[in-house]
Design a protein around this ligand. Sequence first.
Ligand SMILES: [Zn+2]
Length: 231
Amino acid sequence: MIIFDPLYLVFMIPALVLSLVAQMWVKSAMKKYSRVPARSGVTGAHVAREILRRDGIDNVKIERVSGWLSDHYDPRSRTLRLSPDNYDGRSVAALGVAAHEAGHAIQHARNYTPLLLRQTMAPLAMFGSNFAFFFIIGGFILGMAGLVHVGIILFAAGVAFSLITLPVEFNASARAKHLLPQLGFIQRGDEMTGVIRVLNAAALTYLAAALAALLQLLYFLYRAGLLGGRN
Ligand SMILES: [Zn+2]
Protein backbone atom coordinates (compact mmCIF):
# COMPACT_ATOMS: atom_id res chain seq x y z
CA MET A 1 0.00 0.00 0.00
CA ILE A 2 1.51 3.30 -1.04
CA ILE A 3 -0.11 5.12 1.89
CA PHE A 4 2.12 3.33 4.42
CA ASP A 5 5.17 3.13 2.21
CA PRO A 6 8.32 4.26 4.07
CA LEU A 7 9.86 5.12 0.69
CA TYR A 8 7.16 7.78 0.32
CA LEU A 9 8.51 9.46 3.46
CA VAL A 10 12.07 9.30 2.12
CA PHE A 11 10.86 11.20 -0.96
CA MET A 12 8.66 13.65 0.93
CA ILE A 13 10.55 14.49 4.13
CA PRO A 14 12.99 16.98 2.50
CA ALA A 15 10.07 18.80 0.86
CA LEU A 16 8.01 18.81 4.07
CA VAL A 17 10.92 20.19 6.08
CA LEU A 18 11.55 22.92 3.49
CA SER A 19 7.81 23.77 3.46
CA LEU A 20 7.70 24.08 7.24
CA VAL A 21 10.85 26.23 7.32
CA ALA A 22 9.44 28.45 4.55
CA GLN A 23 6.08 28.86 6.34
CA MET A 24 7.80 29.75 9.60
CA TRP A 25 10.16 32.14 7.85
CA VAL A 26 7.38 33.97 5.97
CA LYS A 27 5.31 34.28 9.16
CA SER A 28 8.19 35.67 11.18
CA ALA A 29 9.30 38.07 8.40
CA MET A 30 5.72 39.35 7.95
CA LYS A 31 5.26 39.73 11.70
CA LYS A 32 8.54 41.58 12.10
CA TYR A 33 8.23 43.95 9.14
CA SER A 34 4.53 44.70 9.54
CA ARG A 35 5.62 46.47 12.74
CA VAL A 36 8.20 48.59 10.90
CA PRO A 37 6.56 51.70 9.41
CA ALA A 38 7.92 52.94 6.07
CA ARG A 39 9.10 56.55 6.24
CA SER A 40 7.13 57.44 3.09
CA GLY A 41 3.96 57.14 5.24
CA VAL A 42 1.78 55.80 2.41
CA THR A 43 -0.54 52.75 2.53
CA GLY A 44 -0.26 49.50 0.57
CA ALA A 45 -3.36 50.45 -1.45
CA HIS A 46 -1.74 53.76 -2.38
CA VAL A 47 1.44 52.01 -3.51
CA ALA A 48 -0.51 49.54 -5.67
CA ARG A 49 -2.60 52.34 -7.22
CA GLU A 50 0.45 54.50 -7.96
CA ILE A 51 2.45 51.65 -9.52
CA LEU A 52 -0.48 50.82 -11.82
CA ARG A 53 -1.12 54.48 -12.66
CA ARG A 54 2.52 55.09 -13.59
CA ASP A 55 2.43 52.03 -15.83
CA GLY A 56 -0.65 53.39 -17.61
CA ILE A 57 -2.89 50.59 -16.26
CA ASP A 58 -6.37 51.99 -15.61
CA ASN A 59 -8.55 48.87 -15.87
CA VAL A 60 -7.50 47.12 -12.64
CA LYS A 61 -9.62 47.40 -9.50
CA ILE A 62 -7.96 47.44 -6.07
CA GLU A 63 -10.03 45.91 -3.27
CA ARG A 64 -9.73 45.00 0.39
CA VAL A 65 -10.14 41.26 1.05
CA SER A 66 -10.51 39.59 4.44
CA GLY A 67 -7.95 37.13 5.81
CA TRP A 68 -4.29 37.07 6.69
CA LEU A 69 -1.89 36.86 3.70
CA SER A 70 -4.91 36.51 1.40
CA ASP A 71 -3.39 39.05 -0.98
CA HIS A 72 -3.56 38.16 -4.67
CA TYR A 73 -4.14 39.44 -8.16
CA ASP A 74 -7.05 37.90 -10.04
CA PRO A 75 -6.40 38.07 -13.81
CA ARG A 76 -9.96 36.98 -14.76
CA SER A 77 -11.63 39.97 -13.13
CA ARG A 78 -8.51 42.19 -13.31
CA THR A 79 -8.74 42.78 -9.56
CA LEU A 80 -5.88 43.30 -7.13
CA ARG A 81 -6.95 42.24 -3.65
CA LEU A 82 -5.06 43.16 -0.51
CA SER A 83 -5.70 41.89 3.02
CA PRO A 84 -6.73 44.64 5.49
CA ASP A 85 -3.24 44.69 7.06
CA ASN A 86 -1.64 45.40 3.70
CA TYR A 87 -4.41 47.54 2.17
CA ASP A 88 -4.48 50.05 5.02
CA GLY A 89 -1.06 49.28 6.46
CA ARG A 90 1.90 51.65 6.10
CA SER A 91 4.55 49.12 7.07
CA VAL A 92 7.54 47.92 5.07
CA ALA A 93 5.80 44.51 4.74
CA ALA A 94 2.50 46.03 3.55
CA LEU A 95 4.20 48.09 0.84
CA GLY A 96 6.28 45.09 -0.26
CA VAL A 97 3.24 42.84 -0.66
CA ALA A 98 1.19 45.57 -2.39
CA ALA A 99 4.00 46.24 -4.90
CA HIS A 100 4.37 42.48 -5.53
CA GLU A 101 0.66 42.15 -6.38
CA ALA A 102 0.88 45.24 -8.60
CA GLY A 103 3.76 43.40 -10.31
CA HIS A 104 1.29 40.64 -11.30
CA ALA A 105 -1.08 43.25 -12.76
CA ILE A 106 1.81 44.64 -14.83
CA GLN A 107 2.68 41.11 -16.02
CA HIS A 108 -0.92 40.70 -17.13
CA ALA A 109 -1.06 44.08 -18.90
CA ARG A 110 2.16 43.23 -20.75
CA ASN A 111 1.13 39.65 -21.63
CA TYR A 112 4.02 38.14 -19.66
CA THR A 113 4.24 34.61 -21.12
CA PRO A 114 4.61 32.54 -17.89
CA LEU A 115 1.52 34.27 -16.44
CA LEU A 116 -0.53 33.53 -19.57
CA LEU A 117 0.70 29.92 -19.56
CA ARG A 118 -0.21 29.60 -15.90
CA GLN A 119 -3.74 30.89 -16.59
CA THR A 120 -4.17 28.48 -19.50
CA MET A 121 -3.01 25.53 -17.41
CA ALA A 122 -5.07 26.40 -14.34
CA PRO A 123 -8.28 24.40 -15.13
CA LEU A 124 -6.41 21.17 -16.02
CA ALA A 125 -4.07 21.58 -13.05
CA MET A 126 -7.06 22.09 -10.75
CA PHE A 127 -8.74 18.95 -12.09
CA GLY A 128 -5.44 17.07 -11.87
CA SER A 129 -4.74 17.93 -8.25
CA ASN A 130 -8.33 17.01 -7.27
CA PHE A 131 -8.58 13.67 -9.06
CA ALA A 132 -5.06 12.33 -9.70
CA PHE A 133 -4.98 10.44 -6.39
CA PHE A 134 -8.22 8.57 -7.13
CA PHE A 135 -6.77 7.28 -10.39
CA ILE A 136 -3.35 6.46 -8.93
CA ILE A 137 -4.53 4.74 -5.74
CA GLY A 138 -7.45 3.08 -7.55
CA GLY A 139 -5.08 1.86 -10.25
CA PHE A 140 -2.66 0.39 -7.70
CA ILE A 141 -5.46 -1.33 -5.74
CA LEU A 142 -7.10 -2.76 -8.87
CA GLY A 143 -3.74 -3.57 -10.43
CA MET A 144 -4.61 -1.52 -13.53
CA ALA A 145 -1.46 0.17 -14.84
CA GLY A 146 -3.49 2.27 -17.33
CA LEU A 147 -5.41 3.97 -14.53
CA VAL A 148 -2.16 4.67 -12.66
CA HIS A 149 -0.68 6.24 -15.79
CA VAL A 150 -3.71 8.49 -16.33
CA GLY A 151 -3.42 9.56 -12.69
CA ILE A 152 0.27 10.31 -13.09
CA ILE A 153 -0.37 12.44 -16.19
CA LEU A 154 -3.05 14.37 -14.28
CA PHE A 155 -0.70 14.79 -11.34
CA ALA A 156 2.05 15.98 -13.70
CA ALA A 157 -0.28 18.76 -14.90
CA GLY A 158 -0.45 20.01 -11.31
CA VAL A 159 3.34 19.79 -11.02
CA ALA A 160 3.80 21.77 -14.24
CA PHE A 161 1.46 24.39 -12.80
CA SER A 162 3.50 24.76 -9.62
CA LEU A 163 6.69 25.02 -11.69
CA ILE A 164 5.33 27.74 -14.00
CA THR A 165 4.19 29.61 -10.86
CA LEU A 166 7.87 30.11 -9.93
CA PRO A 167 8.91 32.57 -12.69
CA VAL A 168 5.56 34.37 -12.25
CA GLU A 169 6.20 34.90 -8.54
CA PHE A 170 9.92 35.67 -8.80
CA ASN A 171 9.29 38.19 -11.57
CA ALA A 172 6.52 39.99 -9.62
CA SER A 173 8.87 40.30 -6.63
CA ALA A 174 11.73 41.53 -8.84
CA ARG A 175 9.42 44.27 -10.18
CA ALA A 176 8.42 45.23 -6.62
CA LYS A 177 12.05 45.40 -5.44
CA HIS A 178 12.90 47.63 -8.41
CA LEU A 179 9.86 49.95 -8.27
CA LEU A 180 9.54 50.59 -4.51
CA PRO A 181 12.82 52.52 -4.08
CA GLN A 182 12.58 54.03 -7.56
CA LEU A 183 9.19 55.62 -6.78
CA GLY A 184 10.36 56.69 -3.32
CA PHE A 185 7.95 54.52 -1.32
CA ILE A 186 10.74 52.52 0.30
CA GLN A 187 14.16 53.83 1.22
CA ARG A 188 17.25 51.93 0.22
CA GLY A 189 19.02 50.40 3.22
CA ASP A 190 17.12 49.00 6.22
CA GLU A 191 13.63 49.47 4.68
CA MET A 192 14.69 47.75 1.48
CA THR A 193 16.24 44.89 3.51
CA GLY A 194 12.82 44.33 5.11
CA VAL A 195 11.05 44.23 1.72
CA ILE A 196 13.63 41.78 0.37
CA ARG A 197 13.28 39.48 3.41
CA VAL A 198 9.48 39.42 3.21
CA LEU A 199 9.40 38.78 -0.55
CA ASN A 200 12.20 36.18 -0.48
CA ALA A 201 10.46 34.29 2.32
CA ALA A 202 7.26 34.24 0.25
CA ALA A 203 9.23 33.03 -2.78
CA LEU A 204 10.63 30.14 -0.74
CA THR A 205 7.11 28.89 0.04
CA TYR A 206 6.41 28.60 -3.71
CA LEU A 207 9.75 26.87 -4.23
CA ALA A 208 8.96 24.39 -1.43
CA ALA A 209 5.52 23.67 -2.90
CA ALA A 210 7.00 23.05 -6.36
CA LEU A 211 9.71 20.80 -4.93
CA ALA A 212 7.15 18.81 -2.92
CA ALA A 213 5.00 18.33 -6.02
CA LEU A 214 8.00 17.29 -8.11
CA LEU A 215 9.23 14.76 -5.52
CA GLN A 216 5.76 13.30 -5.23
CA LEU A 217 5.64 12.89 -9.02
CA LEU A 218 9.04 11.15 -8.97
CA TYR A 219 7.75 8.82 -6.27
CA PHE A 220 4.67 7.90 -8.31
CA LEU A 221 6.81 7.35 -11.43
CA TYR A 222 9.17 5.12 -9.44
CA ARG A 223 6.33 3.09 -7.90
CA ALA A 224 4.64 2.70 -11.29
CA GLY A 225 7.89 1.21 -12.58
CA LEU A 226 8.48 4.11 -14.96
CA LEU A 227 11.78 5.10 -13.33
CA GLY A 228 13.24 1.63 -13.23
CA GLY A 229 11.45 0.75 -9.96
CA ARG A 230 9.24 -2.28 -9.47
CA ASN A 231 5.45 -2.27 -9.19
ZN1 LIG B 1 2.45 36.62 -6.23
